[in-house]
Design a protein around this ligand. Sequence first.
Ligand code: 4AD
Ligand code: MG
Length: 435
Amino acid sequence: MIENYPHVYIDEIGKYENQDVCLKGWLFNKRSSGKLHFLQVRDGTGFIQAVAFKGDIDPELFTELKHLSQESSLMVYGTVKKDERSPIGFELSIKNVKILNQAEEYPITPKEHGVAFLMDNRHLWLRSKRQHAILRIRAEVIRASRNYFDDRGFILCDTPIFTPSACEGTTNLFEVNYFEDRKAYLTQSGQLYSEATCAALGKVYCFGPTFRAEKSKTRRHLTEFWMIEPEVAYMDLEGDMDLAEDFVVEVVKQVVKNRRPELEVLERDISKLEAIQKPFPRITYDEAIEILNKAGKPVEWGEDFGGDEETVISENFDRPVFIHRYPMQCKAFYMKQDPENAKLALCVDMIGPEGYGELIGGGQREDNMELLISRIEEHNLPMDNFQWYLDVRRYGSVPHAGFGLGIERTVGWICGIHHVRETIPFPRLLDRVTP
Ligand code: 4AD
Ligand code: MG
């Protein structure tokens, strides 16, 4: 009885050689030649070729399959056969097909489409092989990131999305009405709250969506992106870099180990990922300025680096590079002043290789109450809103540090793709909040 064939997922098909199974999925593509239909079927876990031979199936069904449209939903019953030519090593020899829904004419065909069109159809574009591979790698990056911290005694401590004030700077906040008479802002980073939770729990991390209203239209900027942020009490800048390095090496290692077929779909040069080993070079801001000067891209001391500068710097290294001790003036208010040079902050950025730009921003936090108060004043931030934050200094202040890694930039780098818009299921960009 065909109804009794077990439902099997394509990524496990290898366990069912020569057995009868049922696949539940969608028609990805097809071609026909007289007596044969070759159906490319996908079920979310993978793609497989299912072959219908005229002599094997009901003649009416054979005709129906000829007219089956792309992305029709179907259940395919058949026998799993080993096949050397198949990318997954197996194909299905069809015995019967149940068509659930004959799809309307599908807008995304195997031919080339423009980016704007694909972005308008993002909800359907997700079904393509390339997007399928990217999203599985994204899930792996997130899984590996969570495991990294969970396995090392970090406590996940979620931080709020509605916040009363800025963390990274006031110019790029999304304001929302918080009931009748109050304003709130969508968070730019969980860091300030993680500083409080790390004073309670020692080693913490938060992981959630963050929002930036900056008017940047680049291949590295989203207005909504996901960030994983560890924060550790009694950790200094060196410890912060050690942690960031170990973490990134482990995440890349897990992706290479568990998502090799997906990296191959993306034609990623895997040797470049295998080269991601400790130690990562650590250079100062001043040394980075020298590199830029030599490359004919001078930057005035005191300016932050943009994407172009980061690309030039990254070209000198085959793995991520740390740039530490930026000028205080170009960084956020909470950065700890370098006790050896008051002009510098004990902060660090990790710049990805191959021009992927800043993957991580972080550093040691100002733990001196007086200095922190003067920074809040200098940055014209509302002192009232920061009283709770100052309490972390009032009551048992300790050196502490942390960082934030942007998931989408990291996925973009690991996948070797050009633009972050493909690294998140539904990207939010300067000019796009749909679908
Ligand atoms: O350097 P950022 O702004 O650092 C912070 O928010 C710190 N409070 C984090 C911390 O120390 N806990 O952002 C950190 C990372 C960047 O390195 C980048 O990977 C990513 O977040 N990021 C963005 N990703 C996509 N689109 C944007 N607009 C991004 N802005 C930052
Ligand atoms: Mg930054």
